[in-house]
Design a protein around this ligand. Structure first.
Ligand SMILES: Nc1ncnc2c1ncn2[C@@H]1O[C@H](COP(=O)(O)OP(=O)(O)OP(=O)(O)O)[C@@H](O)[C@H]1O
Length: 229
């Protein structure tokens, strides 16, 4: 894994479906830092995230990763980027530990056993190491999905509502871990609805709505708290 910083340059990006744009135009740069996307339900955060990582085509504008147009199918991108969306896809015949070992080995981790043990511990899955994924609770499956992103090297980490289905303690630990990743030079993009998670994990935010605004994490957390329940 090259120790380069993943440099994202998003310019005049319009996102949506068919010809329908779902939110205001998005422009930002992020390199070796965590940026949170916040906003009300249905505002377009996940659509924006999926467009930035090349899973959806932009209606207009461009996304450059290290100065090249992003291509989510290229080997370079898959080596660089770990993505966690809300679509868990596991092999029903593999255990928790086997899933993580497969991801770690597939990404060339030099000591996959140690890496897997560390993530089992962090995500409190050690006692489920030998369990089939089909026997996990939804929160445990979520933790396995997150562990799969952390067990491998990456320079770009993209997380859509990582706090979902996690208990308070795990939310805090994960937010702190994300902040550490950014401090170590990883580029992190995350969508969150949780103000505490946001201010722990990131310093900068984009408020996604009809107009997209650049905010500090603190300002964005206040916006979230001010939203009608
Ligand atoms: N596959 C799709 N086809 C057409 N419209 C879609 C599709 N997925 C989402 N939308 C619409 O696009 C808009 C933005 O959805 P998106 O999921 O990006 O919002 P979000 O900000 O992530 O919301 P939430 O906070 O509820 O997760 C919504 O109006 C939604 O109904």
């Amino acid at each position: 894994m090259p120790q380069t910083v993943a440099s994202l340059n998003v310019a005049d990006l319009k996102v949506g479906y068919g010809k329908k744009q779902v939110c205001g135009e998005i422009s930002f740069k992020a390199a070796g830092e965590a940026l949170a996307l916040v906003g009300p339900n249905g505002a377009g955060k996940s659509t924006a995230l999926r467009t930035v990582v090349g899973q959806l085509s932009p209606l207009a504008g461009k996304v450059l990763l290290n100065k090249a147009v992003i291509d989510d199918r290229s080997a370079d991108f898959r080596r660089l980027a770990a993505l966690v969306f809300d679509d868990d896809a596991f092999f029903p015949e593999l255990t928790v530990g086997e899933h993580l070992t497969m991801v770690a080995a597939g990404h060339g981790v030099s000591d996959p056993v140690a890496a897997v043990d560390a993530e089992l511990d962090f995500f409190q899955l050690t006692e489920h190491d030998h369990a089939l994924v089909t026997s996990l609770s939804s929160g445990q499956r979520r933790r396995l999905l997150l562990a799969s992103a952390f067990v491998r090297p990456r320079r770009l980490l993209v997380l859509d509502e990582p706090e979902q289905r996690l208990d308070t303690q795990m939310r805090r630990s994960l937010a702190q871990r994300i902040a550490q990743c950014a401090a170590a030079g990883e580029t992190v993009l995350l969508v969150t609805h949780d103000p505490e998670f946001l201010t722990t994990a990131a310093r900068k935010a984009l408020y996604i709505a009809d107009k997209v605004e650049k905010l500090s994490a603190g300002q964005a957390a206040e916006r979230i708290q001010a939203m009608p329940a």
